[in-house]
Design a protein around this ligand. Structure first.
Ligand code: 8LQ
Length: 464
């Protein structure tokens, strides 16, 4: 079967646009028999590995040590033996081969954008994006935006940080390729959220991109400004960067506030085109894995072999088109569950029905139980009189670990005892651990302008 513009190295026709009536950008690729698609991907995996092996000492060293050659990859079973790449290895490679590491597979003169981790601790990692790669990224993400229902001529409002963060730039370049009007508004500067409200009300864009936390923040500020966010007239809101768009109560809160379709997307900045995991207009829940753009595996976190559909594991990602810093089996350290079922939109991709629910490192281990911070978020958002923000504090008192959930409420101080006892008891039965629940006034906990950080684990300090 002929797949549209399927080649490596990749170069897409920059003038191509689908038939206006088509829900698909590339109808064949998106709806083909998954087994046939996988067969094409397997050949591509060998090509990408061949390319990386011949252009980077990083991959050569790594695969030589594992005793494997690109030509050995004749099955997915063989591919699953390829050792994963970790963030620590990339940091190490960049320390010894600054600034891009010896996994840069193209000439430095080809680098078109530099982005990087915004991590406040430890050495930053630089992302080098090649000139041709940037064009291919734009094309792929335009294709995914098309799947979300965004169309040429639509105004796309980008309300995320324009800095090292790749999310905003990735959304912008995708919208440009789709022949949209982009409003690269940004976020994070003093007073900018109130101005975003004004601009949204004036411009009435069709589409909006941000982190889910920031969309909720924006809705609060709009309310303070006496503007109903539904008046913005948004059609599609797409999110990446953190869990939220697939957390049921968070998703509902955004849908209710803005009256728009909420779409979850996003893998990792290193994996740009990071939108390769994304919902669509016809399958708006969860995220589809667009396997012909990036190869997504969900793996056992110890063996890094794929788990069967229906099971939970950690995503491992492989670029199929990048020639600058191709990631081949990048370990995400996130958690998800994948399924293969008929998607209402007709795309034959596997799906993450609950999105990515968090990072393995962020899971709280307390008294033999594992607590996902997203479970707490989901629960609290469903509680009447919740004020919209909370913190989870874990500390050690004597020899016991203690978990304190501090949540905002809109109730006045004298009328909170019912709220406190029911919410505390509800949390305790949901999580299976003892919880000390406290309430605080609404609008007193700081809101995230980017990705929310709600867990304060004081035991980390005790250990050090
Ligand atoms: N992460 C990113 N997107 C997520 C999602 N939709 N659901 C749950 N967790 C998500 C530029 C893109 O937004 C990707 C991005 O945020 O890249 P970063 O900054 O490298 O952060 C990657 C991490 O964000 C992932 O590993 C997830 O934990 C989270």
């Amino acid at each position: 079967m002929e797949m549209e513009q399927w080649a490596f190295p990749t170069r897409y026709d920059q003038d191509y646009l689908p038939d206006p009536g088509s829900p698909y950008w590339f109808p064949v690729r998106e709806t083909m028999d998954p087994a046939e698609r996988d067969a094409a991907v397997l050949v591509r995996l060998r090509e990408v590995m061949d390319y990386a092996y011949s252009t980077s000492s990083f991959y050569r060293r790594k695969w030589d040590a594992a005793g494997l050659k690109p030509a050995d990859i004749t099955s997915f079973e063989a591919f699953e033996q390829v050792p994963v790449v970790t963030k620590a290895e990339m940091r190490e490679s960049q320390a010894t081969h600054p600034p891009f590491g010896d996994y840069l597979c193209c000439d430095e003169s080809e680098v078109h954008h530099i982005h990087g981790t915004s991590g406040t601790t430890g050495a930053p990692t630089a992302f080098a994006l090649g000139r041709r790669d940037w064009e291919v990224i734009a094309d792929n993400q335009a294709r995914i935006l098309w799947g979300m229902g965004v169309r040429p001529g639509d105004t796309v409002f980008v309300a995320a940080l324009f800095s090292l963060y790749l999310g905003s730039w990735g959304a912008m370049t995708a919208a440009e390729r789709l022949r949209c009007r982009v409003l690269p508004f940004g976020a994070g500067a003093q007073g900018m959220t109130a101005r975003a409200v004004t601009w949204l009300a004036r411009v009435k864009p069709a589409a909006f991109y941000a982190t889910p936390s920031y969309a909720l923040r924006l809705a609060e500020v709009a309310e303070q400004e006496k503007i109903d966010p539904r008046e913005f007239g948004l059609k599609v809101m797409f999110f990446s960067g953190e869990p939220g768009a697939s957390i049921p109560t968070v998703r509902r809160a955004i849908e209710d506030a803005f009256g728009a379709t909420v779409i979850d997307c996003g893998t990792m900045a290193e994996m740009t085109p990071f939108m390769s995991a994304s919902a669509t207009a016809g399958t708006p829940d969860g995220m589809l894995l667009w396997q012909d753009i990036v190869w997504h595996e969900v793996c056992d976190p110890a063996s890094f072999r794929t788990v069967p559909y229906g099971s939970e594991g950690t995503p491992v990602y492989t670029h199929l088109e990048r020639t600058s810093q191709p990631m081949i089996r990048l370990a995400s350290n996130d958690l998800t569950r994948w399924v293969m079922e008929d998607n209402p939109c007709g795309r034959t991709y596997p799906k993450l029905p609950d999105g990515v629910y968090g990072r393995i490192d962020d899971m709280i281990h307390i008294r033999g139980e594992n607590v996902y911070p997203t479970e707490v978020d989901n629960f609290l958002r469903g509680v009447p009189d919740y004020g919209g923000e909370h913190r989870i504090v874990v500390r050690r008192t004597g020899s016991m670990d203690e978990m304190i959930v501090r949540a905002e409420t809109t109730l006045p101080p004298g009328e909170r005892s019912g709220f406190e006892s029911t919410t505390g008891a509800g949390l305790q039965s949901l999580l299976g651990v003892r919880v000390t629940f406290e309430s605080v006034d609404a609008h007193t906990l700081e809101r995230a302008e980017h990705k929310a950080r709600r867990v304060v684990d004081e035991r980390e300090h005790t250990r050090r």
